[in-house]
Ligand binder design. Sequence first.
Ligand SMILES: [Zn+2]
Length: 265
Amino acid sequence: MQFLRTRRVAALFHSALWGAISAGARISALLAAGILLGSASASAQLEDDFEAAAPEGEVTRPTEAVRGQGIRRRSVGCSILDQTAFTPVEKRKAERPLSAIQGIVLHQTGFRRGSDADRYRRVTSHFVILPDGQIVKNHPETSVVWASNGFNAYTVAIEFAGNFPSARGRWWKPDDYGRHRPTSAQIASGQCLVHKLYFDIESIVWILAHRQASPRRGNDPGPDIWYEVGDWAVAELEMNDGGLGFSINGGRSIPDSWRTPPGER
Ligand SMILES: [Zn+2]
């Protein structure tokens, strides 16, 4: 518990510090993106081929920031199942150099089909983390896929398989898509993959939530994944979530409840 409290304070301090040193630039970015206080549904959406998260509006970056130095000195290895030879190539909309990748976006699929990688081939993201913790690579990092709306051009997407609840403990269409919680194996693999990507791709600065880029993804990836992987990366890897209040194109910022340990929300 002491660890959690310390981590939370550190994360908030980090966000506040970043906000202070770059407030001007951030406000400009928000104005450029036409950010207003959005009123939007908090429902999750299926992240399969039923609906691609196409770019909406302009590509918008949070702002420039200095990469944290923290734990990135240490490389990590994660076991990754490469499915890129079997996934639909038409989902790869453009190619880019690794150096164009500046962030990682976290998602929940909104459904779960067990831990068989073949059943997730049509999920539009670079990586999918299955309930058993297996990390599946669906598309190369150098391919742009339509996973994260306005973040697509410069980010890598990670989907966690499951229909996860909101901070109020509500599931989206639970009778159809189930009531899931992230497994401890998924969380461990998520941390490992974020750490690995952050170490391997030197241009990465941001750890972002799909929620921040779309008004229709209010609970994406949801508080459990965000706290355990996104907020963890801010605190432990010194990654940057855009700061308090950050969102683009009508998406919504990370709420305080997502930065709060599960038992204290
Ligand atoms: Zn998403």
